[in-house]
Ligand binder design. Sequence first.
Ligand SMILES: [Zn+2]
Length: 565
Amino acid sequence: MLKRRVVALSLIISLLSLPVAAQNGSGDMLARIRKEAMERSQIMKTMHMFTDVYGPRLTGSPNHKAAAEWAVKQMTAWGLDNAHLEPWDFKHPGWLNERLTAHLISPVKDPLVCEVLAWTPSTKGTVQAKALQLKLPERPSQEQLTIFLDNYKAKVRGRIVLVGKPDLIPVNLNPPPKRTTDEQAQQRYGPNARPFAFPTPSPTPTLAPGAPKPLTSRQVSEQVDAFLKENGAAVRVNDAGREFRQIRAFNNPTFDVNKVIPTVVMSNEDYGRISRILDDGTEVVLEFNIVNRVYPEGSTSYNTIAEIRGTDKADEVIMLGGHLDSWHAATGATDNAIGCAIMMEAARILKTLGAHPRRTIRVALWSGEEQGLLGSLAYVKEHFGSFEDPKPGYEKFAGYFNIDSGTGRVRGAAVFGPPEAATIVRGILEPFKEDGVVGAVITRSRRVGGSDNTSFNNAGLPGIGMGQDPIEYGSHTWHTNLDTYERILEDDVKKDAMVVAWSVYQLAMRDDLLPRFSKADMPAKPAPAETSSQPASSSERTEAQDAKPPAKSKSRTHRSRHRGR
Ligand SMILES: [Zn+2]
């Protein structure tokens, strides 16, 4: 067994030592891909459309659908085959925020920086009211929360309610580096790198003997929602809890505007200011005008699909993709219009160069990623099934490349499969050493989390998550109101498209599919409860995750994922 593996490995190594072009007869394909990617890139044009023209692209919203329809038209114009929208059942209506004004009226007049929480209702016109702050107990038990809220029953009617104490965000004297060092990249993706694994979740603090069990932050938040609705509060205000007026606004976890009151996430600076004035015993008057709209037709959402049809192995499929849906506080440039623009560009490059891949190359721009990888999970289930319950497409699947970690250049890849699979991908990436691409590692994790590549891993299929330099992803743009077109590093993303175009082409041309886990080696599928609920990031272990500030204890702005980005 061991011996056979050594022989196979040395064969691979000797093949890899041939010039890459000689292995597949692709001649100067690599040079042509580089030239097309660097000199005639369409990425920034695509980014302009996805962000400036159609953003934000919340799942189920008409904006998302319009962006997807534009992508179908554009990919068709580039000559791709069979570009179309593929519906899946989101089960929630679409939602958009159309208008938001927020002002401090008294004791001084000043505008406030806020974002609306998604799937919450409008105010009834302009609402002006006294502010009230609920300083919730820390990690309350059900009994403690009930007693606390009962105390406020008579006081919240008609009020604008600040929920929780403001977070204290210390000045950061050690901002995270924007580039991964070569040494770090080697550790992550070099030949001696350990397989990727999800970080182990921090243990829940142990309770003192006899102490009542605390509610989860989500349970607290939902009970506060119900309490405010029942007792006629006017507006709920959450603290963004981030520096420099960054705001991450996610969603009302019920997706039902009738279950909650109008809700905003306010910049930590404004929230703290109001809170300090209230602590002086001074009355504060606030004013909001919020207009949101619900779109029942959004309960059907769409993945956007297009292909370059294969030749002698056309029924085998190699895929590349990213998620087109975004959060709504900005135009979703780094998360993840850029992943879509890069993958579209990689396909455009191959089509423009007249590539005739042996296998079919298929682009997918997912939706519902931000609500739990819903679009890609639905697609994988429909087209491929899983190791335990395969569909005919399962055995013919050649791999899925995913980009969803922002604008940085690619530094390596994490491949779901046995070590031989990583060896092959490492060989394919070899020509990009000078561009900072280090190599590939394997992952054995079938946990759904991070990004859409894990929907494939979860099924036992070879998902390939591309790891990128962090740039400003974890520190500034990921899920925030700062995630706009301006944050794209053009030179990095052009190179990303070049790397992906070459890699996809190589996997489309090889004689064999990527090696997969044998029946005996296939990692067990985690039980649904084990799927992670960390914040999403894309290529599994991303720099963004590494740079992520510690998880907050308060729940206000959460995403309802059964997974981790
Ligand atoms: Zn994303």
